[in-house]
Design a protein. Structure first.
Length: 259
């Protein structure tokens, strides 16, 4: 009798354990199913968001390409083929390939080829270059340490700024376009009168190659030289009207400016 009851109890326990395992398995399967559905829904939302973003980016790119095509057309009308070529090339890089773009490029390229031949004949050094504020002139550097100014509309050389004895490594126009500053490996920065090409003054005695630039309002000039022995940069600020030194600040490459 006792053995029979024990057998019944074991059977009931087994049944309850099996039922519990079945229930747990069902719950696990349901949770896994829910997780798969949620993950799939999240992937679908992400795909839709990505598609929307890509479509928006494509639309913006197309509109930007059309804008550059129009800018190129306007530049051609104004007889500025170089500027037109820049705009039209940008439009092409953005994916614009229509017949209008091809026609405009065909109109812009012959003058560009003629200008390129003219420039190549001047033995340019391939160094720094600078546009005037109004974009009508550009200064390029030749191998004989001379800066040459060109008319960007017809690519005619207007004047030359000669006086450096080593490589010119920086050029910049003043904000009003009346002055030009050049910095050179000869340890000098020179300020020139654009209209005449005359040297206004020279900032001399720098110990190493000089880079020079006007401030935004062109009332100040900053020159920078690298002190390689002390691993620092020295920035000097000058009065742009007189060429007088206003301040000199050593800048530790690792720590920043010193007081």
């Amino acid at each position: 009798m006792r053995q029979h009851r024990k057998t019944i109890l074991l059977a009931r326990t087994a049944v309850m354990t099996l039922a519990l395992l079945t229930c747990l398995t069902g719950v696990g399967a349901y949770l896994a199913f829910q997780q798969r559905n949620e993950a799939q829904a999240q992937r679908q939302v992400a795909d839709e968001q990505r598609s929307t973003a890509e479509a928006r980016a494509t639309h913006i790119q197309q509109q930007l390409a059309k804008f550059y095509v129009e800018q190129g057309r306007q530049a051609l009308i104004a007889e500025h083929p170089m500027q037109a070529a820049v705009y039209l090339s940008t439009a092409y890089q953005l994916g614009e390939v229509g017949p209008i773009l091809r026609l405009l490029l065909a109109q812009a390229m012959p003058p560009i080829d003629a200008q390129r031949l003219s420039v190549e004949s001047t033995d340019l050094a391939g160094g720094p270059a600078a546009f005037s504020p109004d974009g009508t002139r550009i200064v390029l550097v030749s191998a004989d340490h001379t800066a040459h100014m060109w008319d960007t509309a017809h690519w005619r050389r207007l004047s030359a700024f000669s006086g450096h004895t080593n490589v010119i490594q920086s050029v910049q126009f003043s904000a009003d376009g009346t002055r030009l500053i050049t910095g050179s490996h000869d340890g000098t920065a020179k300020v020139w009168e654009v209209a005449t090409g005359h040297l206004l003054y020279s900032l001399d005695n720098h110990p190493s190659p000089v880079e020079a630039a006007f401030s935004r309002d062109s009332t100040r000039i900053v020159t920078t030289v690298h002190d390689t022995q002390r691993a620092r940069l020295v920035a000097q600020v000058w009065n742009a009207a007189t060429g007088h030194l206003l301040s000199s600040t050593p800048i530790d490459v690792a720590r920043g400016p010193r007081p």
